[in-house]
Write a protein that binds this ligand. Structure first.
Ligand code: DX5
Ligand code: ZN
Length: 220
């Protein structure tokens, strides 16, 4: 079970300090938005390059940008450990994933809530992770979309049936209230932005989320 806090909810004037605050997590989740694929604009290559140099954690870069075929490989070069592109923003997901892997990073494909996972279930060997978006991408602090859990379950069943090592990540509305049932549905990588950075003690929140993911009860 991996906990990847999203620095979208960090203080953008203090990113290095706020990366240190989550050093007990597994990766730092970095949301790159281009104001076209999503109606929000965050950071791009020059900032990600510097974050990779100062971060105590490997970077899990989530690209919410159009023309992923053009831009994603440059984030591999910028120092990301993992690069996630959106299925809706690429012409050739397999070619792109292969290019990313050849660049030495983990390659992942992200699905908006209304994008089916089925087209990718025969291609699990081509990607290191599937990101099931549990909100519409673009903003932190949105409510978890319950209907996305069925997609997580189908993805987990396919990964297990194939004996694949593909990680299943969820992003959006992950909190103490939702993480247990998301874990039971089969996710193993949890992105949390507002839950971690909105907490008085981010390290304590990471530990609490990890405990709930590892020991999901049958309730909630
Ligand atoms: C949303 C981003 C998320 C965001 C999640 O488009 O991809 O990573 O930071 O924020 P929370 O955890 O607050 O829902
Ligand atoms: Zn994200």
């Amino acid at each position: 079970m991996l906990i990847n806090p999203s620095i979208l909810s960090a203080d953008f004037a203090n990113l290095e300090r706020d990366l240190q605050a989550i050093a007990s997590a597994d990766h730092a989740h970095v949301d790159v938005m281009d104001q076209h694929f999503v109606p929000n604009l965050t950071i791009g290559l020059p900032v990600v390059r510097r974050l990779a140099q100062v971060s105590p954690l490997p970077l899990d870069v989530h690209l919410m940008v159009e023309d992923a075929d053009r831009w994603a490989p440059q984030y591999a070069e910028a120092g990301a450990a993992s690069v996630t592109f959106h299925a809706e923003a690429t012409q050739a997901p397999v070619r792109l994933a292969r290019e990313l892997r050849a660049g030495g990073v983990r390659a992942a494909v992200a699905l908006r809530p209304a994008t089916p996972v089925e087209p990718f279930l025969d291609l699990l060997a081509e990607v290191d992770m599937i990101l099931v978006m549990t909100v519409e991408p673009g903003f932190g602090g949105q409510a978890f979309i319950e209907g996305t859990l069925a997609k997580v379950r189908r993805a987990r069943a396919a990964v297990d049936a194939a004996g694949a090592a593909t990680w299943i990540q969820v992003d959006g509305g992950v909190s103490r209230d939702t993480i247990g049932r998301i874990a039971r549905a089969g996710a193993n990588v949890f992105v949390a932005g507002s839950a971690v950075y909105g907490a008085a003690d981010p390290a304590q929140e990471i530990a609490a989320l990890r405990a709930l993911a590892e020991r999901p009860t049958t309730q909630a």
